[in-house]
Design a protein around this ligand. Structure first.
Ligand code: AMP
Length: 164
């Protein structure tokens, strides 16, 4: 099975419930998680300094017959469904879902960049990713463990999300 990894983040509202709801909604749209990292707490990088911390997780999914474009459409639907709760200033979204890796696929066009371009630079992606794969290798052959230490701080705060 092609290894497909999605990154999830939330820094508004009931963040843990939102991450779990995202996993459940993805499954209801045919993008079924087969494994989850632990839940990590990470400081927001950039933006206003008083932003709440993010909760982040990485999930491995079985896309079935769906291709990357179709999974991106599902992600958009799930983000819209969960993004209805916003603060009055239209601040940070309730949830952000990214396609991090899709097997050996390399793609860079107007719609999708895979692997996610900032994947290896950010602790909020790298640390949960290492829960699922202790020695990830990018499609170009670079080992994540040999790349510069990612930016930001992350600490595990909860067990893996429930997968269906
Ligand atoms: P954002 O919500 O800021 O993550 O941006 C979402 C947009 O980024 C989507 O409309 C996608 O077209 C685009 N995008 C490019 N590469 C990716 C990726 N690997 N995963 C998710 N969205 C991506």
């Amino acid at each position: 099975m092609t290894e497909v990894l999605l990154g999830l983040g939330s820094n508004l509202g009931d963040r843990l419930a939102t991450l779990q709801r995202a996993v459940d909604l993805l499954a209801s749209h045919g993008v079924c998680a087969v494994a989850s990292s632990r839940v990590w707490s990470t400081a927001a990088l950039g933006g206003p300094s008083d932003q709440p911390e993010f909760l982040n997780a990485v999930i491995r999914v079985d896309p079935g017959e769906l291709g990357a474009d179709e999974v991106l459409s599902v992600i958009g639907a799930v983000e819209a469904e969960l993004g209805r709760v916003r603060d009055e200033r239209w601040g940070p979204r309730t949830v952000d879902i990214d396609i991090l890796l899709w097997g050996d696929l390399v793609r860079d066009d107007a719609r999708l960049t895979i692997p996610h371009p900032r994947l290896h630079e950010r602790a909020f992606v790298v640390m949960p990713l290492l829960d699922l794969d202790p020695d990830p290798v990018l499609p170009d052959g670079r080992r994540l463990l040999e790349l510069p230490v990612p930016r930001g701080e992350a600490r595990p705060v909860g067990p893996p999300l429930a997968v269906p």
